[in-house]
Design a protein around this ligand. Structure first.
Ligand SMILES: [Zn+2]
Length: 255
């Protein structure tokens, strides 16, 4: 585990001040949270240069502290956007329209296409190439979520979960990612796939059906993100749910 060896012990007197100022409830509230805070977590991880001072510390349960690892809280390092939605939902187009110059984009389709240079397939359907692209996506993802430079990052993925992280969406909300759902509706998605003149492979159709089984909506996510941002604001870690898009103002306090 990156950072474990270097994890800074927090002096009890400092932890006491953290509890005094922000309470002892787990600040992360990730899936499986025990609510019982028995650790003091660095907001900007110690390994990334985050100091052991109260402003950079909050109380967390052992489970959430370990599940978070050294992942960046959005805005306390990289600005992290996640774009999800069914195949042909317009995710890549959305990113192209909204990303700033210099942004880094992790997009499964782009990786798959890069692995078949010269191919003009909209979606690569060769199964083993898809597996390669999937491996590249996850390998890059593990590093991407730990970037502490103030850069803009975009994660593009159909479904917000993985076999190992069935509640990834909840983790993203806990870490305050800016989450966009690109979903023009099932009929439109199927029409788009057909209109591309491609054989709508079983794999893609299954992806479409799997997406619509989840019942994920932008409205539902926005309600949860708003609640999360209120909680972070109460912890002195965000500007509140009405502060505008992440990145429009610096969320990170000075210390
Ligand atoms: Zn917890």
């Amino acid at each position: 585990m990156p950072g474990r060896r270097d994890r800074q012990r927090v002096p009890p007197v400092v932890s006491a001040e953290v509890i005094e100022r922000w309470g002892n409830d787990c600040w992360l509230g990730m899936p499986g949270c025990t609510k019982h805070s028995d650790t003091t977590d660095h907001i900007v991880p110690h390994i990334a240069g985050g100091p052991t001072v109260p402003a950079n510390l909050r109380r967390a349960c052992k489970h959430c502290n370990s599940l978070r690892g050294d992942r960046t809280l959005n805005g306390y390092g990289a600005l992290i956007h996640a774009v999800i939605g069914p195949p042909a939902g317009g995710k890549s187009t959305y990113v192209d329209m909204h990303r700033q110059p210099g942004a880094v984009v992790l997009d499964f389709d782009a990786l798959a296409k890069a692995m078949m240079p010269g191919s003009d397939a909209e979606h690569v359907t060769v199964e083993w190439v898809r597996r390669m692209a999937s491996g590249a996506w996850y390998g890059a993802y593990r590093h991407m979520v730990r970037v502490t430079e103030p850069v803009e990052l975009w994660l593009v993925k159909t479904l917000p979960f993985t076999p190992r992280s069935p509640r990834l969406l909840d983790e993203w909300i806990a870490l305050d990612y800016d989450i966009t759902v690109c979903d023009p509706g099932k009929q439109e998605v199927m029409d788009r796939l057909r209109a591309r003149g491609m054989d709508v492979g079983k794999r893609l159709q299954a992806g479409v059906l799997q997406w619509y089984r989840q019942g994920i909506t932008q409205t539902g996510i926005d309600v949860r993100l708003k609640a999360r941002r209120s909680r972070l604001a109460a912890l002195g870690l965000a500007n509140g749910p009405d502060a505008g898009p992440i990145g429009s103002q610096p969320a990170r306090p000075a210390w």
